[in-house]
Design a protein around this ligand. Structure first.
Ligand code: KG4
Ligand code: ZN
Length: 339
């Protein structure tokens, strides 16, 4: 049997990272990401600025991805792009670019759900062990927090979700209260390494067994800070490491409690994590501990594939290409696309 190599260009522009990647079958040849630093001074992503930056970045990012992969546009077999969910103005840039390029090159267009991309990042071939079906994926990003029962590549059910903030938002909003820059998740992770996770206690939400809630944590932190700053105006500065460690510890406990509930309910002990928050070192090591203590099989993505990237879009593109699951040229971006 002659098997043809399939080369896909993946494009991701759902939030504030412009990314392009080239994949050959399941192996990544390049994965270029342009972060938008402009949002830092506003303490969060400003949609209008994000879409403008995507417009500036998309051509150079795609050209660089092709250059690093050492291929020409003409060698690309299909273009995969993020259709949603995400910010409309941001999604439109990637969608329009992908549509025009597929038309110009006369090659198929493949639409990808961003959240599915995060999960499918586990199937990028880096020589690692890949999860067997079925498995449970804890998908934790800036916009979503979900427990997904993954039955097959394209058969996934969301069995648990947050009823308010996402885990990434919980990190970012807590960081903002502490006066840290956006995005605060990586900074909390950094300071937490030096602090005591049990220094401050925060209450846990009372919600259904597969539901998450993080809005109470934010109010809890705010109340603590306001109370303590009345006594000592340097409270945050003097306790930053302990505050970060305690906040991170609480978020991880909430996440893991729900994963444990999902394991009990489904009997599935194969657990994967995905999305920006899966880069968190505390979450990664807490899961590794569970692997040992509870006999779980844990799958943790490579750092490069945790936060937003086009490699994860390209791997979905590859699997959709194999099924000839191509998009119609009339496809449009969808801000609220379900898994
Ligand atoms: O998946 P992602 O890049 O974008 C979305 O699809 O939302 O996730 C971004 C989120 C942000 O909230 C960021 O603070 C968080 O992931 N994040 C982290 C870490 N790295 C990124 N949160 C905690 N610890 C980290 N190391
Ligand atoms: Zn994401």
């Amino acid at each position: 049997m002659i098997t043809k190599n399939i080369t896909i260009l993946g494009i991701e522009s759902s939030c504030d990272d412009t990314s392009a990647a080239v994949i050959k079958n399941a192996k990544i040849l390049s994965n270029v990401i342009a972060n938008q630093e402009i949002h830092q001074k506003y303490g969060g992503v400003v949609p209008e600025l994000a879409s403008r930056a995507h417009q500036q970045n998309i051509v150079p990012v795609v050209n660089q991805a092709l250059k690093i992969a050492n291929i020409s546009k003409e060698q690309v077999d299909a273009i995969a792009f993020t259709r949603g969910p995400g910010l409309m103005g941001s999604l439109l840039v990637g969608t329009s670019f992908a549509k025009s390029l597929s038309l110009a090159l006369n090659i198929p267009l493949i639409e990808v759900n961003h959240m599915q991309g995060h999960i499918m990042a586990h199937f990028i071939d880096e020589g690692q062990e890949m999860p067997d079906f079925p498995f449970i994926c804890l998908t934790v990003s800036g916009g979503h927090t979900q427990i997904v029962l993954v039955k097959e590549h394209f058969n996934m059910d969301v069995i648990g979700e947050t009823i308010d903030d996402a885990a990434g938002e919980a990190f970012d909003k807590s960081a903002k209260i502490l006066g840290l820059k956006y995005p605060g998740g990586p900074l909390i992770d950094k300071y937490a390494k030096l602090g005591n996770p049990l220094a401050f206690k925060f209450t846990k939400p009372r919600v259904q067994e597969l539901e998450f809630s993080f809005s109470g944590l934010k109010s809890n932190i705010l109340q603590l800070i306001q109370r303590e700053e009345k006594k000592n105006s340097a409270f945050i500065k003097e306790n930053l490491d302990d505050l970060c460690a305690s906040i991170q510890h609480t978020i991880i406990e909430i996440l893991l409690e729900k994963v444990s509930n999902a394991v009990k309910l489904t009997g599935i002990k194969s657990i994967a994590i995905a999305g920006g928050v899966s880069a968190n070192s505390g979450l990664r090591s807490a899961l590794k501990d569970k692997e040992r203590s509870h006999n779980w099989k844990v799958f943790i993505p490579k750092f490069d594939y945790c936060t937003d990237n086009a490699a994860m879009i390209a791997i979905v593109g590859y699997h959709k290409y194999l099924k000839s699951d191509f998009a119609n040229s009339a496809t449009t971006a969808k801000a609220r696309l379900k898994l």
